[in-house]
Ligand binder design. Structure first.
Ligand code: NAG
Ligand code: NAG
Ligand code: NAG
Ligand code: NAG
Length: 393
């Protein structure tokens, strides 16, 4: 009997004539087999509906390998994942447990009439996406300006599609579709986390985060390279540096010594991303402070410095004795007017003294404004020192 059924597989094309004859006493299929789609690992169940089975038997076969799986209630194959159940003589179910991708294919429900009759259905085994770590980029460290290729290899059935997204401050922005993300001449702004997401309609989609680190040598920016100050003034000097890896930063004073925090100097480095604001507060400017201060940023790729020259200005208009009557009347205001007139100057406020009663003070203040304008006209950025000492009345 076993060989008879195996032999009949070759007659798949000849089925039906007897089954469609309503007057016949022969068995007849109730409805076609459903096609099945299951996720790998799940159980697949084909059910064959047969009317009028009579003395005949229902067998299940795998079409592509021409293997008999079950006959009636017996499992013939050695595959332990195969089972058969039935409800009466009409419903015969083939169970394929713990499906594997190799189970994908055509299955046949066959009745041993002569010629045999059969019905086929297709089992699709789908596989959720997976990212292949070996062929997918890992975190990368590159030099600024180089070309970067990020790869993401994914498997799954059907074949997954890969998309790239970038994470900026917790937000995701979509980039390209495709397993390869090319970045030409990478910039420091492109430093960050990239997500490759693989999906194929079979949950769950998977993603991998790749961190791109861009290295570049330090850069230093200074707003005011020339700063006028008077003795005893409190002064803040500032440089901004950009660098990655994170640089070591320090200041030197005119004598070229490195500045440490002490009673008179306060050194701060405030990082924000790859940017660092370097701030030097001089609590009271001393004669040896007139000269060039340098802010220095150094990392493995190089060292860059910036110079700020401190020059002496007259201690106007704050030389009056404290607690005098005039002091209480004096006021400071921010004056934009003269900058509008001087070419090349943006709205950088100037401090100017106004004193109704003290004409000489007003004049000296005006004189220092003219002095500032002179620098502006020479193309030198004039300076707004923080006149903390002078402001406190
Ligand atoms: C099963 O799928 C095949 C093609 O894959 C199709 O020809 C057939 O009609 C499908 N059967 C059913 C019952 O949907
Ligand atoms: C990076 O790519 C651009 C454009 O494809 C090319 O012109 C350039 O030579 C590449 N640079 C390097 C360092 O390979
Ligand atoms: C993230 O998105 C929110 C809302 O769309 C926005 O308000 C916020 O500024 C974004 N943050 C960044 C870092 O882009
Ligand atoms: C500080 O160093 C600079 C060069 O970096 C040099 O020109 C200058 O003379 C030095 N100043 C002192 C006081 O040593």
């Amino acid at each position: 009997m076993l060989s008879v059924i195996a032999g009949t597989v070759f007659y798949i094309a000849t089925w039906a004539s007897a089954l469609n004859d309503p007057l016949s006493d022969l068995p007849r299929f109730g409805k076609p087999l459903n096609n099945l789609t299951v996720s790998v690992g799940r159980e697949a169940i084909f059910t064959c509906h047969v009317e009028n089975l009579g003395p005949y038997k229902v067998a299940w076969l795998r079409v592509d390998t021409q293997t008999i799986l079950t006959i009636a209630t017996h499992v013939i194959t050695k595959n332990h994942r195969i089972g058969v159940t039935h409800m009466g003589h009409r419903m015969w179910s083939l169970h394929i447990r713990d499906t594997r991708e190799t189970d994908r294919g055509w299955y046949m429900c066959q009745v041993n009439t002569d010629p045999m009759s059969s019905n086929t259905g297709f089992l699709d085994v789908v596989v959720p996406p997976d990212i292949l770590d070996d062929s997918t980029s890992t975190d990368m460290v590159v030099r600024e300006g180089s070309n970067v290729t990020l790869r993401c290899a994914a498997t799954g059935t059907p074949e997954p599609t890969v998309t790239w997204r970038r994470e900026v401050g917790g937000n995701l922005t979509n980039l390209v579709h495709g397993s390869v993300l090319e970045i030409t001449r990478v910039t420091r702004d492109q430093m960050g986390s990239y997500l490759c997401i693989a999906s194929n309609g079979v949950p769950p989609a998977v993603s991998k985060r790749i961190v791109l680190i861009v290295h570049f040598q330090p850069m230093v920016r200074i707003e005011n390279q020339l700063v006028g100050a008077y003795e005893d003034q409190t002064l803040v000097l500032e440089c901004r540096s950009e660098a990655h890896p994170k640089p070591i930063t320090y200041w030197t004073r005119p004598s070229n010594e490195t500045i440490a925090n002490d009673n008179n100097y306060k050194v701060e480095a405030i990082p924000q991303g790859y940017e660092i604001t370097m701030r030097l507060t001089i609590k009271s400017v001393q004669p040896h402070d007139f000269g060039s201060f340098r802010c220095v940023a150094t990392n493995s790729l190089g060292e860059t410095d910036g110079k700020i020259k401190l020059y002496r200005i007259d201690r106007s208009p704050t030389t009056r004795k404290p607690n005098s009557r005039r002091d209480s009347k004096k006021s400071w205001k921010i004056d934009y007017s003269h900058e509008r007139n001087s070419a090349g100057m943006k709205d950088e406020p100037m401090l100017k003294a106004i004193d109704d009663e003290e004409q000489s003070d007003f004049q000296s203040a005006t004189a220092s404004s003219i002095f500032a304008n002179l620098f502006a006209n020479l193309g030198i950025t004039a300076v707004t020192a923080i006149l903390a000492g002078g402001l406190s009345t």
